[in-house]
Write a protein that binds this ligand. Structure first.
Ligand code: GLU
Length: 333
């Protein structure tokens, strides 16, 4: 008989363990700042014990917009420690949905182990009518304990759906189906018959296959994101450079078009040694290395959301400032 999977649970906060004022508090609970006690969320899903040996590992619990780069470094170290001590076959991380995709992509690029790492969240607090977090947690544990999840990179599981950390983004403020892979779709499902099913495998390198290793890296260089809009001048770009940005992700209009004033400011930034990556504010689709972009010496973000491009650029800058090398990374990951 096969051994039951051992799954470690790391709770980082968010909506899933939040407590609202009543069962209809579906929108304001984060402002109340109330959470379940340690162990309480797991205790409310006794069915977990029938699918895995779960162990809760303490970590800080925050609304996800409070998470900083250092929390990500600590999370990677904790995941490595759990696997190196052979405490679990897979890890499930609960996370607020607001920045979940940024943490997921960071882990996807920097975790140097191939056992499953799954991030789950919820759109309704633990106290809500029809709270979605309990089933999302259970589905996450199923996915983390499934042998077929190994080597798939960091996975995001909500609403029965398994996404690659690279491709997924939050698309709606309150809907339970908010997480979508707009350009590339999901990898599979943690379905209602209890099965974990993959239909696709991520082709782009991740985890053990990337060149990013945090060993010896103290922190991420400053990378700012500047969003274009009708009539935008270059003030935000100049301010980012003045604040010491080593990289700027421009979330341009359409297929990656900043305003003329922003263009001029980005050229000034580039001349000052800041690496410029051109993305888009559209929310899906690629920005490409056009002749104009090449001439300017900027890189293109491919189909990464600007905040994911920030993660990749910051990690890239820990290794090089060479524009061709940075572009190679955007073409690779
Ligand atoms: N929907 C929640 C809110 O913004 C998400 C909280 C989080 O990401 O931690 O209120």
């Amino acid at each position: 008989m096969e051994r039951r999977p051992r799954v470690a649970l790391i709770f980082t906060g968010g909506t899933i363990d939040s407590v609202g004022v009543d069962r209809l508090d579906l929108a304001f609970y984060i402002e109340a700042g109330k959470r379940l006690e340690d162990g309480e969320l797991v205790a409310r899903v006794p069915e977990l014990a029938s699918i895995a040996d779960v162990e809760e590992i303490p970590f800080r619990r925050l609304p996800s917009q409070s998470i900083k780069d250092q929390d990500l470094f600590d999370l990677v170290a904790l995941i490595h420690q759990i696997f190196d001590e052979d405490r679990a076959d897979g890890v499930v991380i609960t996370h607020g949905t607001n920045t979940l995709e940024e943490t997921a992509y960071f882990l996807h690029l920097t975790v140097k182990r191939d056992r499953p790492v799954v991030i789950v969240g919820a759109m309704r607090p633990s106290s809500a009518i029809s709270a979605d977090g309990y089933l999302n947690l259970l589905s996450g544990v199923r996915v983390a304990g499934a042998p077929q999840s190994r080597g798939m990179g960091v996975l995001v599981v909500l609403n029965d759906t398994i996404h690659s950390a690279r491709d997924v983004t939050k698309t709606a403020t309150y809907r339970v189906e908010t997480f979508q892979g707009r350009d590339l779709g999901p990898l599979g499902y943690a379905d209602n018959d209890g099965r974990v099913l993959f239909y696709h495998r991520p082709l782009r390198p991740h985890t053990t296959e990337t060149e990013f290793d945090l060993a010896g890296v103290d922190g991420l260089p400053r990378v700012d994101i500047v969003v274009s809009y009708l009539g935008a001048d270059g003030v935000m770009i100049d301010a980012a450079v003045a604040a010491g940005a080593r990289g700027i992700v421009s979330a341009g209009t359409g297929a990656g078009r900043p305003t003329p004033a922003e263009d001029a400011a980005l050229d000034r930034a580039k001349a000052a040694g800041t690496v410029v990556v051109q993305g888009t504010r559209v929310g899906s689709g690629r920005t490409v290395t056009s002749p104009g972009l090449k001439r300017k010496g900027w890189s293109a973000a491919d189909n990464l959301q600007p905040w994911k491009a920030r993660i990749l650029l910051a990690l890239g800058l820990t290794r090089t400032s060479d524009v061709d090398e940075i572009q190679r990374m955007f073409d690779t990951y």
